[in-house]
Design a protein around this ligand. Sequence first.
Ligand code: ZN
Ligand code: ZN
Ligand code: FE
Length: 760
Amino acid sequence: MVKGIVQGVGFRPFIYKIALENKLAGWVLNDSDGVTIEVEGNKENTSHFLEDIRKKHPALAVVNEILILNEETGITKKYVSFTIRESFAKENRQTLIAPDNNVCDDCLKELFDKNDRRYTYPFINCTNCGPRYSIIEDMPYDRKNTTMKQFKMCDSCNAEFTNPLNRRFHAQPNACFECGPKLSLVNNKGKLIVEKDVIEKSVALLKKGKILAVKGIGGFHLVADPLNAKTVNVLRTRKNRKYKPLALMSESLDDVKTFCEVSLTDEELLESKERPIILLRKKSSVALSKEVAPNDNYLGVMLAYTPVHYLLLKNNFKSLIFTSGNMSDEPIIFKNDDAIKYLGDIADFLLIHDREIYIRLDDSIARNIEIEAETVTQIFRRGRGYTPKPLTISNKFETGLALGSELKNTICLNRGGDFFLSQHIGDLKNQKIYNSQKLIIEHFKKMLEISPKFIATDMHPGFLSTRNVFEQKDLPVIQVQHHHAHMASCMFENNLDENVIGIVFDGVGYGLDGNSWGSEFLVGNYKEFKRIGHFSYFKLLGSDQAVKEPYRIALSLLFDSYKDQYKNLNLKLIQDTDSETLDLLYKMHAQNINTPLSCGMGRIFDAVSSLLGIRSVIEYEGQAAIELEQAIKVSDNYKETLEYMITEENGELIINSQYLFKNIVEYILKGSVDQSKISQIFHNTIGLVVGDMAEKIREKTKLNKVILSGGVFQNMYLTLLCLAELKKRNFDVYIHKNVPPNDGGISLGQLIVALNQRSN
Ligand code: ZN
Ligand code: ZN
Ligand code: FE
């Protein structure tokens, strides 16, 4: 019995081949636990066969375990040959589902080979590539359990499918022009334009500056020519998205290199079978319209991963905008009808097909970060390519379900030590996304055939998922503090089941005192934690409104320090705000009208961004803070820091937010308005505070391991600074890799905390 990712990846034909090579008779069979094999032959051949399983298995397969169920000696001669048997469903499901993969080189060769019967066939695939997770409805992985069930294979396809030595042997989505899915081009009312030469027609439309909605693996993309400034602006207006960077797709590394800096490790990541969007530094002079990423030095770029992408790009475009096909804050659209209904207002035409997507998936987002001589890949959003591969530890836990956070929601379920972190689901405040969360939970439970014994969730009383979980009475609920979950998620992937120092910087998380936390210095383990320090609280003038309008936070901090003298400050922020608003906000601040307390590091970054005149009202989450980091010029290298103050209050170490902010104000008042320089100095100061605080905590606790977690650590400049400050002081520092540092990792953290709290 072989366990792991062994279905839908060419495992049985591989077993067939090596059985013949090793002169063994018997059979191989897929079942819900994995792959079961019975072989008959001499001892030497059998052990060689086992060695081959480990060493030579197909590229997409993952062999976790080989179990010898039964061993018999003596000559029995039960079998005359080796056969592949029909698969059957069994009760206990242990097998793993493969993620969706990019089209392989062999298929690409055929795609562009005029003499191949699949020349330009947009759905070419084989056992080594193609869609998996997104088309699987049930297990075991057989065509009848996928959205390919409606297509009956033609004789040629069937001959490949049944020949164990063919690359398409048991390739469940196998198809061709004659029998498989078809592309069609429709207008934005759903009226058919063409069924023939669809690609040529689509390319021509894109070249003319039209916007297309293109159906892919996990959903639709909105596609447009990034060289055409007018089109990019139309896309931005129709999508109601002025600033957020738009992702790009290219056909080859050479194409990407024409507009981005690409290191060797970036090349590897771009070409990996997961094909994530990766963040790459923009080259200084590029032909792309500036509107692709207006205030960002980085571009999100991915390589083509479906045959359709290759057909559109090859010899036609060096890159195309491939941004997710959704309305802002709504889930990515994955059904043809919905696409016509909703994306019809944004796209001029839709390039659709009749292979259904069963479960929606966004593109994954990753970046490489160079730490001294080492490159670490960090995943910011897990989706296509990564889901549903589990993250594994050796413990054997009971099964639980964690509901995650409200923003950037993911859910997580475990089966023993395998933790299945779902794809990025989105912002649960949106009803459609909330419904999508429910579907994904049910899908995971069915796929993995597990039923959780408890539900873990956030402590925030306002979260929809937390409120609703108490309406069910079947399962116990465990509430996990937000930053404890962040910390545990980072410990998990660094294998740290012990006491550590956790530094968690994010925007918001419900704290044990009812305030909004987010600049946390914690000490603890999976089970429990203690808050050792944080930045001092400040008022969010107008609560959530202050998150959307960071100038309110900047003003709040000014009011804290300067009281009614703030009006005399020679600051652009004051001059740019009308006096009525100033008076109103001042009154709110003085009388505590709708002014909840926060100490979120993300909010402090927002305030500084607004104070420097970089961004005062945001369009997307984290924008002000992101643009503050992006304001730092690569050529600048200021080492200066500002003064800060750490005091001990009620046993907690408090870094004075107001004092730090006032020092930035004074710096500006002295006449410096260099955004890059002040941003850099501010970052430097936070780095120093982190080093200093960690040392103070080490003195108290003797702990030397530090983890860095929370969405603020998507800031590369800050991450590198903190790493340097901590390493200089001889700390062992751990950062995120496979689990997002942002709220996408919260569900995993909640689950590991809850499991540990339950196993006394
Ligand atoms: Zn292939
Ligand atoms: Zn066919
Ligand atoms: Fe968070």
